[in-house]
Design a protein around this ligand. Sequence first.
Ligand code: PLP
Length: 382
Amino acid sequence: MNLFDVYPLNDVTIVKAKGSYVWDDQGNQYLDLYGGHAVISIGHTHPHWVKRIEEQLEKIAFYSNSIRIPLQQELAKKLGEVSGKEDYQLFLCNSGAEANENALKLASFYNGRKKIIAFNKAFHGRTSLAVAATDNKNIVAPVNETDNVVFLPFNDEEALEAYFDKHGKDVSSVILEGIQGVGGINVASESFLKLIRALCTKYGALYIADSVQCGYGRSGKFFSHDFAGVNADIYTMAKGMGNGFPVAGIIIAPHIQPKHFQLGTTFGGNHLACAAALAVLEVIREEKLMGNAVMVGKYLREELATMPEIKNVRGRGLMIGFDVSEELGPLKKNLLTNHKIFTGEAKPNVIRLLPSLALKKKDAEEFIEAIKEEIAALHAAV
Ligand SMILES: Cc1ncc(COP(=O)(O)O)c(C=O)c1O
């Protein structure tokens, strides 16, 4: 049997990983500033995370949600403490798309409405409603097409107000990333987030903060939406939550009441997933990783901003993007081939940095030296 070929691959086979580094089957060491797409939050194979999972595996890995799982309660408590949303309620699932799917559905159950406002360049996942709220026609199958989702321009307060003015009573939810990831690292303005909060409150719609990529401390705050100083009704989370162990969740404001059987999952919240997620929160807190993300992220953005060839350095914490000119087109590939550094991208010309929140300053310096060298080499070649 062959694999269903849906991904263009880098010709690298990674066999080992530690902290911000990975190694291929030839023994080459790579600096990982991509984190397997923003997933590695506390560093690859962190010893506390490995120990927690191993110990749990020896006890019990899985049982369904038909019994008490105290680890879920422990996770909810710790997540409340670390995120500051102690009065929210946790529902656990397995992936980012599933988290958004549940959030959108819960909002519709809550207010009985159908209209969803999403924004240009949004990415919310590949399942039915999540993909319908994703601004990429190429990944929306005909069966997922719906008139229930409307796309408005990102950060456009007038357009948002005008839409609510006309259709506010039909709006079930507004979903957005605090920092768009796949869309190219676009930061939602604080006033835009405040306006979303105000309009949702006024019209009885729910504010869904997709924090799948920009959450879990990556921005330097637990949720990037926190920069606006307002609370969303539902936060969705996934990538950094398990540091590579598949676990996701939504946290739900106290005014939204649960009903039996409205939401559900077989695998969500299993023992092993909870152990992994607990380990991540413990390390984020113990090692003050949000502070590290602020400090190392600032250094990277400041250094990048001094390079005239690089434009529009943006982002927060360790979620950073910048534009590269056509002349620097091979930059990402050359960083990998010549310097053994993984970075991310966003089409057509954005490089994204999504490293572990434990990235060390010396590793960031290594990257800055490498990118300077590579830009000079590309210049010399034209
Ligand atoms: C902001 C955002 N939401 C949702 C998703 C979907 O997550 P998953 O691939 O775990 O379903 C992604 C994945 O890249 C994402 O970046």
